[in-house]
Ligand binder design. Structure first.
Ligand code: ATP
Ligand code: MG
Length: 561
């Protein structure tokens, strides 16, 4: 992405440009700080594109990938690897700037002793229940803990013994001594350290006290020389604590925290906790189910990094929460795949057509373009024979008014092949169901036009019966039936769309797709964009995920305003 592609600067980029112009900073350093307790979702993509984007747009700038791994019980190495993989897939690179908050445990501990010595932190023995009661409410001030005025020496001794493992979980905490009457609950002597006898995925059993997020985050930022610490709006109330922590410690610098609006996307949920429920309760097949708004799911569905970056660019960065229409995301992926996807033919619900005047033993190899608007994408050969399959939908025994496709006595064009005319409809004698069509073809019409100038109104796709490859096709729709499944009283899961996945097992695709590479993208002509499933597809029996249909509703909705 080049900087001139960014049409207008958002408020964060404006701040950064000013800080460079005034000489406040010579080098910009941002960070993306995921907690490795789940898979990344599309909301994280916004944060990644913002932080890494700013680093890419400014000369001499960089973005760190930092794992915020202060919570030993919920974090796993598996998540670390998937997060790295997702960031790279999106097209970003942290170079050598990979960090873990757990790398700072030693320094964080030293700083905690510093606060204690300065009389700005104390060990508190209140139970969790009492701590809550003492904290007060939004309308009432809190009460000082009876342990608040412990002498420094006693605090130091107790804190060291907490670290040495002398006390069980939950018996004591280290708290900042700020203001129990503050209007901001985060400033009412927040907890800095808790006792937790748990193994950490990186530090093992070295520690049995762990620092809290609000204490760890500003210090990690300062130690890494971050200039702009960008986070979502829910952290605005934590900013005074962020600043208090840095103001009271001998840290190398004081980064500026700036909050921006989270991405909320219609017809889905973006919260790791909720996504976890969908996985655990079997609503989806896993974190990478193609209906999930996780980056692994979106990728498996067939969304591309180009489409996601373009989406993040278009939604911009603002200070007010809003809901982004999923139609915009769909529009972005169509825009990209329209340029890059090879066009192929696949029949989702096949109906057999016998071309009665075509020689039985003959096969032709017809030329098809990979992208009709882009000759540079080349051509391929598609076999044609006496029996082909067409889409059941492309035939109507009694054609409706604007139906221009195949019907008894009517002629249509088979894409890249001949005109065919329907002569006879063969039905099952008992059920009355249409089993096959008998058609004739006009050998003069190869290439799509008739020498006598007669026209046909419809062009339909097809697959040769003798050469077609059977395939499974998974049609995905929006995961929820409600635009905002989270809005009301009801459990969001009651709005899971029962038709969000339709599996078609009798599909036929053209021969060229027999060994289609997992992850590759195609446009099935007239149907939509499809991606070869990366998990279940095998050579000879491909599985296709429908990424998105061809119909773009975004432009229309935008016009409506
Ligand atoms: P969740 O609420 O889904 O659990 P989180 O905020 O706890 O997400 P983190 O791993 O802590 O997840 O997030 C890493 C970074 O991504 C943070 O800076 C966070 O602000 C940002 N982020 C998370 N969700 C969104 C979102 N929906 N839109 C934009 N940024 C987000
Ligand atoms: Mg979080």
């Amino acid at each position: 992405m080049s900087s001139d592609e960014i049409q207008s600067k958002d408020f964060i980029r404006t701040i950064i440009a000013d800080d460079l112009a005034t000489g406040k900073h010579e080098q910009i350093v941002t960070r993306f700080p995921p907690e490795p307790n789940g898979y990344l979702h599309i909301g994280h993509a916004k944060s990644i594109c913002l932080n890494f984007g700013i680093a890419n747009e400014n000369a001499n700038a960089r973005c760190h990938l930092r794992f915020d791994d202060t919570n030993p019980t919920k974090e796993e190495q598996e998540y670390v690897e998937s997060i790295k993989d997702n960031v790279r897939w999106l097209g970003f690179d942290w170079d050598e700037h990979l960090y873990f908050a757990s790398d700072y445990f030693g320094q964080l501990y030293e700083y905690a002793e510093h606060l204690i010595t300065a009389g700005k932190a104390y060990v508190c023995d209140l139970s969790a229940e009492d701590t809550r009661a003492y904290r007060g409410t939004l309308t009432e001030p809190g009460k000082n803990s009876p342990y608040r005025d412990r002498p420094v020496a006693e605090n130091l001794d107790l804190f060291r013994r907490m670290r040495a493992g002398e006390f069980p979980d939950g018996t004591r905490v280290l708290r900042a001594k700020i203001d129990m009457a503050s209007g901001n609950m985060n400033m009412r002597d927040p907890v800095l350290y808790r006792i937790l006898h748990a193994s950490h995925h990186r530090t093992g059993d070295t520690w049995c006290i762990y620092p809290m997020y609000d204490y760890t985050h500003p210090i990690s930022d300062a130690l890494e020389g971050i200039t702009h610490s960008l986070c979502t709006l829910e952290f605005a109330d934590h900013r005074p604590l962020y600043d208090w922590t840095l103001d009271n410690l001998p840290v190398p610098c004081h980064p500026r925290q700036i909050e921006f609006a989270r991405l909320n996307l219609s017809y889905t949920v973006v919260s790791k906790r909720k996504l976890l429920q969908l996985v655990n309760e079997g609503y989806v097949s896993g974190w990478d189910d193609p209906r999930m708004p996780t980056l692994s799911g979106i990728r498996r569905r067939g969304y591309t990094p180009v489409a996601l970056r373009s989406f993040c660019d278009k939604i911009g960065v603002a200070k007010k929460d809003s809901m982004v229409d999923v139609a915009l995301l769909e529009h972005c992926v169509r825009e990209d795949l329209n340029e890059t996807a090879v066009r192929v033919m696949g029949v989702l619900a096949p109906l057999k057509v016998v071309i009665t005047n075509y020689p039985e033993d003959r096969t032709e190899s017809l030329t098809a373009q990979n992208h009709p608007q882009k000759p540079e994408m080349g051509e391929r050969h598609v076999p044609f024979g006496r029996e082909v399959y067409i889409e059941r939908e492309d035939f109507m025994e009694e054609p409706a008014k604007k139906f221009f496709r195949l019907a008894p006595g009517r002629e249509v064009r088979l894409r890249y092949a001949y005109f065919i005319k329907c002569e006879k409809v063969i039905k099952d004698e008992t059920t009355g169901e249409i089993i096959e069509l008998h058609c004739t073809y006009d050998p003069q019409t190869l290439g799509g036009s008739a020498p006598d100038g007669r026209k046909v109104k419809g062009t339909i796709h097809w697959v040769s019966a003798a050469h077609g490859v059977s395939a499974e096709v998974r049609l995905y729709d929006r995961l929820f039936t409600e635009e905002n499944p989270d809005a009301g009283e009801a459990d969001f899961k009651t709005f899971v769309n029962p038709e969000s996945l339709v599996v078609l097992t009798d599909c036929l695709v053209e021969q060229s797709l027999v060994n289609a590479k997992p992850g590759s993208h195609y446009q099935f002509e007239r149907q939509g964009y499809f991606c070869v499933d990366s998990k279940d597809s095998k050579d000879g029996t491909p599985v296709f995920n429908r990424t998105v249909t061809l119909r773009d509703t975004w432009e229309k909705e935008k016009a409506k305003g």
